[in-house]
Write a protein that binds this ligand. Sequence first.
Ligand SMILES: NC(=O)c1ccc[n+]([C@@H]2O[C@H](COP(=O)([O-])OP(=O)(O)OC[C@H]3O[C@@H](n4cnc5c(N)ncnc54)[C@H](OP(=O)(O)O)[C@@H]3O)[C@@H](O)[C@H]2O)c1
Length: 288
Amino acid sequence: MRILLFGAGGMLAHDIIKVFDRDEVVVSDLKAVGDKPTFITDITNFGEVKELMHKVRPGLVINASAFTDVDACEDDVDLAYSVNAKGPENIAMACKEYRIKLIHISTDYVFDGGAKEPYKESDLPSPSGMYGKSKLAGEIFVAKNLKERYILRTALLYGINRDNFVSKIYAKLKNNEPITVPDDMIGSPTWTVELAKMIKGVYRTHKFGTYHAVNTGYCSRYEWAQKISELSGLKGEITPIKSDTLKTKAKRPLFSALDNSKLRAIVPGILSWEDALSGFISELKTKK
Ligand SMILES: NC(=O)c1ccc[n+]([C@@H]2O[C@H](COP(=O)([O-])OP(=O)(O)OC[C@H]3O[C@@H](n4cnc5c(N)ncnc54)[C@H](OP(=O)(O)O)[C@@H]3O)[C@@H](O)[C@H]2O)c1
């Protein structure tokens, strides 16, 4: 199968390319992806998106591109909506025109975090920051324009291709630096390799719709950091703090755990967040 991957230089896309290694993955991003032949395309430009789809004629498009800097989205709302809402709309409209299926990646930040138990797909989104608002608009545009599409909401991604919570805690533990992390921010950590497998699994089902695509279970950032220490065998000083002491620009959901049972019912083998983390720690240990 020929797959067209937008945002191919990103953290998730790196592992999509790895997991879909038996398929032909055509890569596209704003700039060249390593030494891979890359179609330079800005998803906010409908003409560019349409021309690329016409040229490549893929069987499947995966949109892993986004403006993911949550605080920067507060400063540049136009860019946030342009990349996270207009971009997916452009991709969905072009997919419709050429009858191509789409997998679009969204986020737990479409929820406000006021829940007491993991969010289901049937829960009403109500984002509090510009990142979540722009991503929700993207979901709506995709759903409105295309029937044959999967919208996969994921959360707290970590992978080998970019710094993230896990790699930063791991580095601090290695350097014996003290660590402070909130114990009141709760979510579903998800390894990009695992999400890439979920993408592959759901595509095979032909059951289009919106899914929560995360590793199973949830934890606080404090519990997450403790588990990183335990699994890596690196002991360190980890102190719980409250998230309101962090003073970030964007308001983040406190409880944004996602219930993945709808996806688990059709895609077997989704790991718990602890088992996925263990796999990533092994990958980190063999790096360089
Ligand atoms: N990271 C997380 O914890 C997390 C959590 C929940 C959901 N998600 C979602 O998961 C998906 C993948 O996230 P990620 O962390 O892998 O993202 P990422 O590493 O930030 O990668 C996003 C890619 O999209 C590219 N891009 C930005 N603007 C573009 C444009 N106008 N046209 C084409 N490409 C553009 C970026 O290029 P530049 O680097 O040059 O800007 C980058 O290569 C996104 O949809 C994100 O919203 C992520």
